[in-house]
Design a protein around this ligand. Structure first.
Ligand code: FAD
Ligand code: FO1
Length: 474
């Protein structure tokens, strides 16, 4: 798969200048767009999309640099703490960044690991390296959006600053100009745009204009040791970090699991998922790349390819849409009125069980399936997608208020899931607990009209005892 991908990039354009770059992927962050005369170079501030190839932000930065015959620099601002990320996440991320740094070196593009908040370290870097233009990638979450706004405010006026959506196939701000009601309303808007956006990528090529500044080599071990993050959550052993390993997972998905995806993706006992979410979350593998490769098998596995596109494109880009247009994307206020009202009407309903965060975290409830799902997430850093719905809905059922349920679900999700701290996660918890992107269902205790799921329903779908046997409380 790797050779094929490299060949298709070269066919699309050996240099990004030879490629018709779709400008709808780019939006201006600073007020001016004129590039400063004779500057020392262009910089790509990498954040969400932590990869060299198949990265529209990186490609756009190289295009600017080639047009101006300027050197190209890459910066990554490493913050010592990001939401509830633990060493499990930082370990995965840093190893992926190490691979990015090595690849940049081969392409004569200096990679700079800056330690600290972008607003504190980036303007200084830009001044010292006489950078004349700044490109960054896009995340709809409030923390990364704040980082971008803080940098905008601290940039010299004559340094234009643009943002490229390198995570979505259809740029988030282009797919829709408002919060969409659900998959039903965004699906057509996305599919109608795929012909113009689901294209091949040109290659980020060896950069011909060298900078007088070289990048200091990074002491990755020292960096890892200096992190001030929770180290009680162990790193996972099944997932090898980095883009190369991620593309191998894509290859194994296509070769071994894609054919079962449509029929078995909701069965936690079957190996039918792509398993790509950790590499997607850290941007180590491009979703667009995954879709380009998977859709080549449309002839053989039509339903599975369609189902994968529904999940990886429609559902995922719907999650970015929700977080981008709803700043209360992780709070009860972010839910629709019908959901807030129905949950309020039932806040006083008697709960059959009430569990503390500690009991939930330890997987010590009366429900063996729920416990097994929790332990899968704690030990492997990735709970099966079908069980995540059941898992979150039970937290609503076994805590005293919906606000507490949402808080606990997001906390546990972001603490243990490798793919956590992601728009998909906030939307996943909000869908499960307060019905966003869903409709109302028959009213019942505690849930009100929020869609209900229970153990009996799971038993009808798969062999729950088989799953429970895999995850014993240690
Ligand atoms: P596959 O089934 O192979 O899907 C491929 C890709 O499609 C996924 O990587 C993901 O990018 C996308 N996708 C699949 N299902 C969904 C969905 N329901 N919503 C949005 N995108 C989807 N996903 C995360 O990336 N991070 C999270 O923290 C997260 N937390 C969740 C919490 C809850 C309560 C729920 C209900 C869902 C959550 N999801 C989250 C969505 C989904 O469960 C995971 O993306 C999926 O299980 C990841 O495994 P995979 O890549 O093997 O999935
Ligand atoms: N992005 C950064 O630019 N710098 C970081 O230090 C950083 C740490 C980090 C830790 C865990 C994690 O899940 C993501 C992290 N990100 C970091 C990624 C980036 O902020 C993404 O935009 C968000 O994850 C949301 O999309």
């Amino acid at each position: 798969l790797l050779e094929g991908v490299a060949r298709s990039r070269l066919r699309a354009g050996s240099s990004v200048l030879a490629f018709a770059f779709n400008k709808k992927r780019v939006r201006l962050v600073s007020s001016s767009s004129e590039l400063k005369e004779a500057s020392g170079g262009i910089s790509y501030w990498m954040s969400r999309d932590q990869r060299v190839q198949d990265n529209w932000a990186f490609l756009y930065a190289q295009r600017l640099a080639l047009q101006q015959k300027l050197p190209l620099h890459v910066c990554f601002c490493l913050v010592p703490k990001f939401l509830d990320a633990t060493i499990r996440h930082y370990g995965f991320m840093l190893k992926g960044l190490q691979e990015v740094a090595e690849e940049c070196k081969e392409l004569h593009i200096p990679f700079h690991l800056l330690i600290g908040l972008a607003k504190d370290v980036l303007p200084q870097f830009i001044n010292e390296h006489d950078i004349g233009g700044l490109v960054t990638d896009f995340s709809p979450l409030r923390v990364p959006l704040q980082w971008v706004d803080d940098v905008r405010k601290n940039l010299p006026d004559d340094v234009p600053f643009v943002q490229v959506d390198a995570h979505n196939i259809v740029p988030c701000w282009f797919a829709s100009s408002k919060q969409e009601y659900g998959a039903r309303t965004i699906r057509k808007k996305i599919h109608d745009q795929l012909p113009q956006f689901l294209t091949e990528f040109p290659a980020v090529s060896r950069h011909p204009h060298n900078s007088k500044f070289t990048a200091e080599s990074v002491d990755w071990d020292a960096c890892y040791a200096s992190l001030q993050v929770d180290r009680t959550v162990g790193e996972v052993d099944w997932a090898t970090p980095g883009g190369t390993a991620g593309l191998r997972v894509l290859q194994s998905f296509i070769g071994e699991r894609l054919k079962f995806f449509n029929t078995d993706r909701n069965n936690p006992n079957k190996a039918a998922l792509s398993n790509l979410s950790p590499w997607f979350h850290f941007g180590q593998v491009s979703v667009q790349r995954a879709v380009l490769e998977v859709q080549k098998y449309g002839g053989k596995f039509r339903e599975s390819v369609d189902a994968f596109i529904e999940e990886a494109v429609v559902r995922r880009e719907l999650a970015d849409n929700f977080c981008f247009y709803n700043e209360t994307y992780d709070k009860l206020e972010g839910a629709y009125a019908w959901a807030r009202n129905t949950l309020k009407d039932h806040t006083k309903d008697r709960r059959t069980h009430i569990y503390t965060l500690e009991q939930l975290e330890a997987g010590k409830t009366h429900d063996p399936l729920w416990n097994a799902a929790q332990l899968q997430m704690v030990h492997e850093g990735k709970m099966h997608g079908f069980l995540r719905m059941y898992w979150a809905k039970k937290i609503l059922e076994w805590t005293s208020t919906p606000e507490t349920a949402l808080k606990y679900a997001i906390y546990l999700n972001d603490r243990f899931e490798l793919d956590g701290r992601d728009p998909n996660g906030y939307v996943g918890c909000m869908w499960s607990i307060c019905g966003i992107h869903d409709q109302g269902w028959a009213e019942r205790a505690v849930f009100g009209k929020i869609r209900y799921m229970n153990y009996a329903g799971c038993k009808r779908k798969f062999d729950v005892e088989q799953f429970e046997r895999r995850y014993h409380p240690k």
